[in-house]
Design a protein around this ligand. Structure first.
Ligand SMILES: Cc1cc2nc3c(=O)[nH]c(=O)nc-3n(C[C@H](O)[C@H](O)[C@H](O)COP(=O)(O)OP(=O)(O)OC[C@H]3O[C@@H](n4cnc5c(N)ncnc54)[C@H](O)[C@@H]3O)c2cc1C
Length: 223
């Protein structure tokens, strides 16, 4: 896809710092659930690198959707998104991404690292193929959990949360550990899909290796 400007059709917060944005869908855009695009704003779209964001809509939807964690204190790209409104334009570029569904397994996400899994789970649900896939979702606090209601509804007991900075009755407390993965994974011989901030990814990959998971069954992308 060449760089194309698309109009925002809806923009709203779905958690205290996460935006849900829908845009028009340019003709000819195709992607596989889990893939991303580069996004630019205004003049910056003419050259340079954009910021990567994952499509959370399905390939056949008539719109594009993005779910974006914002960092207002950074004065970076996502703080500019906070100023946008319906009718404004963003520029999109090539489609790319390392995470693609390969078969049943355990999905391990940290924060906004869940975004590639949103489209994958929505796609599996639409095909009635959610099977026994699990989502282990690590966040700081309960209010940071993206699409808590939707994941609960479609995954039920296979949606397992862990919070590092809040103790609750319903969720595990702490960081993801080898024992937490072993206890809550779908099957140690299945696929492991891992996405989140680099330190979390490195820790989880090491834990998977210690659990004797073959590296060819680890599908990953660092945010
Ligand atoms: C292939 C790919 C797909 C992606 N898809 C998505 C997506 O769909 N949704 C999404 O939300 N993100 C996604 N990301 C991440 C996203 O691109 C970046 O978070 C975003 O570009 C950051 O832009 P920024 O300029 O606002 O933030 P920056 O100024 O770059 O700052 C953001 C970074 O600073 C750090 N940071 C900021 N605030 C804090 C804090 N308070 N404490 C600790 N660390 C902090 C974090 O490490 C964070 O990653 C994706 C990344 C990749 C590689």
């Amino acid at each position: 896809m060449k760089k194309q400007a698309v109009k925002i059709t809806t923009i709203e917060h779905i958690t205290h710092d996460v935006l849900h944005i829908r845009t028009e869908k340019p003709n000819g855009i195709t992607f596989v659930p889990g893939q991303a695009t580069e996004m630019f704003l205004g003049e910056a779209g003419k050259d340079g690198e954009g910021n990567p964001f994952t499509f959370t809509s399905l390939p056949n939807d008539s719109y594009l959707e993005f779910i974006i964690k914002t960092y207002p204190s950074h004065n970076g790209f996502t703080s500019k998104l906070l100023k946008l409104k319906k009718g404004d334009e963003v520029i999109l570029n090539d489609v790319f991404g390392a995470i693609e569904y390969k078969g049943d397994g355990t999905f391990i996400a940290g924060g906004a690292g869940v975004t590639p899994f949103i489209s994958i789970f929505r796609d599996l649900k639409s095909k009635n193929k959610l099977n026994n896939n699990n989502l282990l979702f690590a966040n700081k606090t309960k209010k940071d959990i993206i699409l808590n209601g939707e994941f609960n509804k479609i995954l039920g007991k296979n949606f397992i949360n862990i919070l590092s900075d809040e103790i609750t009755e319903e969720y595990a407390h702490g960081y993801i550990t080898k024992d937490f993965i072993a206890k809550n994974c779908n099957n140690l011989s299945g696929y492991f899909y891992v996405c989140g901030p680099l330190p979390m990814m490195e820790a989880v990959e090491q834990q998977l290796i210690e659990l004797n998971v073959d590296e060819k069954f680890i599908v990953k992308e660092a945010f």
